[in-house]
Design a protein around this ligand. Structure first.
Ligand code: JCF
Length: 675
């Protein structure tokens, strides 16, 4: 039965809407619809198509995942070859490129060449053919002349339209783009693979290539692939572009995604500035790039310049310094951090990687070291991306020498000789020396002085190291006893800087309770927890005396944090240091609450929550009760005033009944806390 005309129109209208919203979401990153409403449109279309299969077309948004895996990839001959790019590895090579062009074009010294520039994505190049606006074929670059037919997989990528937008697209369009996997998707994919003990991808490039070269499009469909188009291969006569940039604008009009970083530059100096800017920016881009591509913008010039071998004379890729290199592990040593954590660090034969010479790389922890099976003498791949700490990616097992040595966790701290402890099931091993260990002491002091803690300007790592090594400073409290003589006696310390540090110390005394708590370096107490603690307790004495139950009434404080806080404040030496700090003059404003605590409606009342609440979460109930002056405790005792029993309450409910504590239900709680 053929579908009624009305249905046909409705189906076409749904497709138009879906394409429009696909474009907003995947190409322009600017969606108008919620996911739910978008799904509703798609479901409606699917339903109609299943009722009227004769209405299904190849370019319908429902046809992104073809049902059947293919048996093998067909070869596709590119009618216009897919070019590769010549590389420039430094400024001189880029300047030479510009010079060669200008000579060929016979430009005089005052005339600048205009370039179109964009980041060079680290993915897989493809060629996609649109006929009468419909995606009919897609192929990998292959060797530039012949590639593989990946149409079924390309169609699963939502950023690639199955139908071009508008009506002014050419009857034939062969566009070239780079398919890539954004870093977030890559990390997520690998995290899942790790959980399922499946094979991980080495890098986003391999992930993109591996995902496109799947025989089963249903697998590709689940991979978070994306694309930027960077060039036009074949196009029917009659379009109006005279520059590369105008060509890219046309692609945008037809719904094809072009790099938002695309820029037009005048002359080679602007190219170098663009390169520097993109190099800076690259860690913040959501995908990996390995350089910048510069193209002569004028299409006439491009034609005049032509090709050599398989690369155009009019384009060049200026590559970033390689982020990965191989080198040899000379030794593995253990560094001791602020909390005593032992971090294995590989000492390497120096290599130039990511733009700097690297001679150390972290191995994070023993688990990581064992997982990667790094041994002394091994040849390894070292990675340094952007500003991140260099790390060892993998071992090249083939190159392992006969005399390689396994790395053992030391039994004693390499700095202070205390026992090393490694709780079962934990990746991290720790020195048990606490602040007896000079390494932990140094790190604790650096943390205390750091910007987000006490913010002691000028108290850098080198200075702290010397102060601890010479015994001038043993605890953070000693910082406030420093004198001009102490400081100016240090290596490479001018009298002026010594004075500045004393001023900074003085200035740091006026602080906030949250900063102070964070600065103390209590295990698991980061900035956010310090802030919650300071908001709840206002008064340091109250916090120092709080038991774990009271601590756990604070937002986000669970058993682990509560126990670390409690333990910290029970240590005599910690109490002495805090006393000394306060005696030195450290203070913070007492934050006035709008209503004094004892006048709040639920002041002095203690609540215990048990069972499931339906109208609000436990955290919401907790924080609302706190606002009203109540305490919320984890267990029922004689001090409990109310037990709130939600659905399926547990033993606390029973205990409350046994002890005769007042039990209320969720409704009654809502009555109590409603505004
Ligand atoms: O992003 C890329 N990997 C990329 C590759 C960008 C471009 O503009 C390219 C390319 C390969 C060849 N342009 C050509 C001509």
């Amino acid at each position: 039965m053929t579908a009624p005309r009305k249905t046909k129109l409705h189906v076409e209208e749904l497709r138009q809407q879906i394409r429009y919203h696909d474009h907003l979401y995947h190409v322009l990153d600017d969606p108008e619809l919620s996911d739910a409403r978008y799904d509703r449109l798609l479901r409606e279309l699917r339903k109609l198509e299943s009722e009227h299969p004769d209405l299904i077309t190849d370019d319908s948004p429902t046809q992104r995942v073809g049902a059947e895996p293919v048996k093998a990839f067909n070869q596709i001959h590119h009618r216009l070859p897919m070019l590769s790019l010549d590389n420039a590895f430094d400024e001189d090579e880029l300047r030479n490129f510009d010079r060669r062009l200008r000579d060929r074009l016979k430009l005089d010294d005052s005339e600048k060449v205009e370039y179109a520039a964009e980041p060079k994505l680290d993915g897989l190049a493809v060629s996609i053919l649109y006929q009468d606006g419909k995606l009919v074929r897609a192929a990998t670059r292959g060797d530039g002349t012949t590639g593989e037919d990946v149409t079924h997989n390309i169609k699963t990528i939502h950023a690639i339209p199955l139908q071009l937008s508008g009506s002014k697209y050419p009857p034939l369009l062969d566009v070239r783009g780079e398919v890539f996997m954004p870093r977030a998707g890559f990390d997520e994919f690998n995290a899942r693979a790790r959980r399922n003990e499946e094979k991980e991808f080495i890098n986003p490039r391999n992930a993109a290539a591996g995902s496109l070269r799947q025989l089963d499009p249903r697998i590709t469909a689940r991979r978070p692939l994306n694309i930027y188009f960077y060039g036009i291969g074949e196009i029917s006569k009659g379009h109006s572009a005279s520059t590369h940039e105008m060509g890219m604008q046309l692609l945008r009009q037809w719904g094809l995604k072009v790099s938002p970083e695309l820029a037009v530059l005048s002359g080679v100096d602007q190219c170098l500035a663009y390169y520097a800017a993109i190099f800076e920016k690259r860690v913040s881009l959501p995908y990996d790039i390995d350089g910048v591509v510069f193209k002569v913008n004028s299409l006439d010039y491009q034609e005049m310049l032509g090709f050599v071998a398989r690369a155009p004379r009019w384009a060049i890729a200026q590559k970033f310094p390689a982020e990965e290199e191989t080198t040899i592990v000379k030794d593995v040593e253990f560094q001791v951090g602020r909390t005593g954590a032992l971090t294995p660090v590989a000492r390497l034969d120096p290599v130039f990687v990511g733009g700097v010479t690297v001679s150390n790389a972290t191995l994070h922890n023993m688990d990581e070291l064992q997982r990667k099976d790094v041994r002394i003498g091994d040849t390894v791949v070292v990675r340094r991306a952007g500003d991140v700490i260099p790390e060892i990616v993998s071992v090249i097992k083939k190159k392992r020498p006969g005399k390689s040595r396994k790395v053992r966790l030391p039994a004693k701290c390499p700095v202070c000789g205390s026992d090393v402890e490694r709780p079962e099931n934990e990746a991290v091993a720790r020195c048990s020396g606490g602040l007896f260990c000079p390494a932990q002491r140094k790190e604790a002091i650096k943390h205390f002085a750091s910007r987000r803690a006490m913010n002691i300007d000028g108290m850098g790592d080198k200075i702290v190291d010397q102060l601890v090594e010479t015994g001038v400073v043993e605890t953070v409290a000693d910082l406030y006893k420093l004198t001009l003589e102490n400081l100016s006696g240090l290596d490479r310390m001018a009298e002026k800087s010594a004075g500045n540090i004393l001023n900074a110390l003085e200035k740091s005394k006026q602080t906030k309770l949250a900063r102070f708590l964070f600065a103390l370096g209590i295990r698991e107490v980061g900035e956010a927890t310090a802030l919650s603690l300071s908001a709840y307790f206002t008064d340091l004495d109250e916090l120092m005396e709080a038991d774990e139950e009271a601590l756990m009434t604070v937002q986000d404080v669970g058993t682990v944090v509560a126990s670390h806080v409690r333990t910290f404040f029970q240590q005599t030496h910690n109490k002495e240091i805090i006393d000394a700090l306060l005696a030195a003059g450290i203070r913070w404003p007492v934050e006035r609450k709008a209503t004094p605590d004892d006048q709040l409606p639920l002041a002095g009342k203690t609540f215990v929550l048990t069972g499931t609440l339906n109208k609000l979460t436990r955290d919401q109930a907790k924080s609302r009760l706190h606002e009203l002056g109540a305490k919320v405790s984890g267990s029922v005792s004689r001090k409990t005033d109310f037990v709130v029993a939600g659905e399926n309450p547990g033993s606390k409910h029973k205990k409350a009944l046994d002890m005769g504590v007042f039990v209320i239900d969720e409704e009654a709680l809502l009555q109590l806390i409603s505004k």
